[in-house]
Design a protein around this ligand. Sequence first.
Ligand SMILES: Nc1nc2c(ncn2[C@@H]2O[C@H](COP(=O)(O)OP(=O)(O)OP(=O)(O)O)[C@@H](O)[C@H]2O)c(=O)[nH]1
Ligand SMILES: [Mg+2]
Length: 408
Amino acid sequence: MASSEKHNNDTSLTEQDERLPEWAPKGGGKGFACRVQDGVTARHDGSISKGVDLSFGKSGSGTDQGSGNGSVTPSPVRRPALSPEQMAEALLSGNRMILARAITLVESNAPRHADKAQELIRLLLPHSGRAMRIGITGVPGVGKSTFIEALGGYLTGRGHRVAVLAVDPSSSISGGSILGDKTRMETLCQDPNCFIRPSPSSGSLGGVARKTRETMLVCEAAGFDVILIETVGVGQSEVTVRSMVDFFLLLMLAGAGDELQGIKKGIMEIANALVINKADGENKLSAERAKAEYERALHYLQPATQGWTTHAYTCSAVTGDGIQDIWDTIKTFKKITQESGVFEQFRQEQTVKWVHDMVQDHLTQRFFKHQEIKERLPEIEADVAGGRLPPVTAVRQLLKIFNDSGGI
Ligand SMILES: Nc1nc2c(ncn2[C@@H]2O[C@H](COP(=O)(O)OP(=O)(O)OP(=O)(O)O)[C@@H](O)[C@H]2O)c(=O)[nH]1
Ligand SMILES: [Mg+2]
């Protein structure tokens, strides 16, 4: 139709562009005006429109919004694909939009992304490892997100660059506390020296952990020097996070006289610091009492890290009291363990364990996805459940099926 043709050809924005659409009632006036908007250089997610000069590297303007020289082709559908080399180069030069894209690539479950993601990790690996990696755990509601907001803000205020990641296996079912966390970390979210990434939301705990580990490496290569990983202190996720951080902090609450109840001894044994949160207002006194009780309990436990005595502390994530003390503790821990060599040794052990975990994950996946196993498994399971087949024999049978059909 003539009017829309004119519309498409005329992209200059003048008063004359305000014209009545054909569906407007007669005499509708300017309230029914419509205008054609010019294209923009960057789309809502910060990606760059096709046609924009994509010169990565140190010479650029420091953003990835393009050169803004007007060479814009409006409304491209796809973002330009970047090679792992281009991504790595942009990341190392501090390009934040590329950081989000690189993490999305690393987190992708699509088989076509796997090789590219691994190549990217390989390129970034030599530039990673320089951050202090801190795990933060505690029961729901203890104040993990509020604590991270307080500690993160304290650190960015002192020139650190902080990446906040999460391992939340429940997010694969419920969407997790992703939105909740982002709203609770409102100030930190807007801090240019902080990057917050919610938990990858699919797969087993092993899968989520692998992605978080790789995301951590990407953030380190991008120049973040403190990594905070939040995980909820129930189930297995805290043990998994322990295996990827240098310092592990357990947040706790002061109970009414029964401080040690409900706390798994195991989790205290893997912590480098017990922090009684919400030590403010009326709670302050009971928090101090809880601290003394935990100190006594810690006496009977093996220290989590050789050469470091785990202590209890109090803090208030809301008022910020005690936050500086905790950061000083983490710095002292780093100094002592680096000097003794325990820091490096622990990281090496973690990397080796990571390899073992990945082999285990791969083999398990391959096994259960194998066609012949899928066909025979229900019958064998039924026999085991019905008491007709001993579990050990079932395992032998399954492994034989897998081996004989070329599974390995
Ligand atoms: N008084 C006081 N309240 C706090 C403190 N820290 C957190 N809270 C409150 O405790 C509630 C839970 O805090 P969150 O930071 O969401 O706790 P969380 O551990 O991240 O919770 P989940 O993500 O659900 O596991 C919120 O209402 C906070 O305002 C504190 O130091 N003092
Ligand atoms: Mg939280």
